[in-house]
Design a protein around this ligand. Structure first.
Ligand SMILES: [Cu+2]
Length: 287
């Protein structure tokens, strides 16, 4: 390959960003309020083809036909009911990762419940006792089911949250769908677009099998919470290491104008001889 050919391929990928693909994950799921006041969330696990980057469809598993699954947002003290319908070809279950729940609602087949077999429904019900950025995901054949997309954000809002202009979730994953941010690989990842001077909150969640040090160019990140627990002293950093299972909340002040690269700094998750791919996006700070 000549330098010119190499550069043409690099530039073509950059120019395609942000590329349109079928399907977007993480749509907010509004609850149905039951007669007893419980917030009911229906999740159907199924198998489908998911377009991770333009023209690349991979076999996925997901809730309600999307990767990541719908975002569930609740308040402290809520009684919630998560109704799982299993339309997969294998058993499954849902674990509410990070939440304090009664043992029988913990979602670990063989330990706390029977497996939810294909065609069956299981209802998880509990009172929400602890705030923070949490996750729900499969706890069955999990190295395959979770990395294939059976996951989602389960956010319990604080009574007095930090005021921000945008509150964003960034779910990291690796496995059968490749290296993804919110279910897509570059150039199909979505940019973060902010106005100059705005403050945003990013809730990182790592559902993959590998660590991902997330590096934002241009401005530092202020880590305020880990696994839903506030840090006694916030920490400034430019590369935030998110381990599998961890959630890390950061604040970013968009003080610098321009389009800033935002990527995993394990470089083999982000850039190769054909240019950027996988865990890459950008924060665009506008006037
Ligand atoms: Cu990575």
């Amino acid at each position: 390959m000549t330098p010119e050919e190499m550069d043409r391929i690099h530039m073509a990928v950059m120019q395609a960003y942000p590329a349109e693909t079928q399907g977007q994950g993480g749509a907010r799921l509004d609850p149905v309020i039951a007669e007893d006041g419980a917030k009911v969330f229906e999740l159907t696990a199924s198998e489908f083809e998911w377009e991770v980057e333009p023209g690349v469809f991979r076999p996925a598993m997901g809730y309600n036909g999307m990767v990541p699954g719908p975002e569930i947002r609740v308040q402290l003290g809520d009684r919630i009911r998560i109704v799982l319908h299993n339309e997969l070809s294998e058993p499954t279950a849902i674990h509410s990762h990070g939440l304090l729940v009664p043992n029988e609602m913990d979602g670990v087949p063989g330990l706390t419940q029977e497996s939810v077999m294909p065609g069956e429904t299981f209802t998880y019900e509990f009172e929400v006792r602890n705030p923070g950025s949490h996750m729900y995901h499969s706890h069955y054949n999990s190295a395959h089911q979770v990395t294939s997309g059976l996951l989602g954000a389960l956010i319990v809002e604080e009574d007095e949250p930090v005021e921000v202009d945008q509150d964003l979730v960034m779910i990291l994953n690796d496995g059968p769908l490749g290296y993804t941010i919110n279910g897509k690989g570059f150039p199909a990842t979505q940019p973060i677009v902010v106005k100059h001077g705005e403050r945003i909150r990013i809730r990182y969640m790592n559902e993959g099998l590998q660590i991902h040090p997330m590096h934002l160019h241009g401005v530092p990140q202020q880590m305020i919470q880990r696994d839903g627990y506030p840090l006694p002293q916030p920490v400034m950093m430019d590369t935030v290491l998110v381990a599998p299972g961890e959630r890390i909340d950061v604040l970013v002040d968009a003080t610098e104008l321009g389009a800033w690269a935002f990527h995993c700094h394990i470089l083999s998750h982000a850039e190769g001889p054909n240019g950027m791919f996988g865990m890459v996006t950008a924060m665009i700070v506008e006037e």
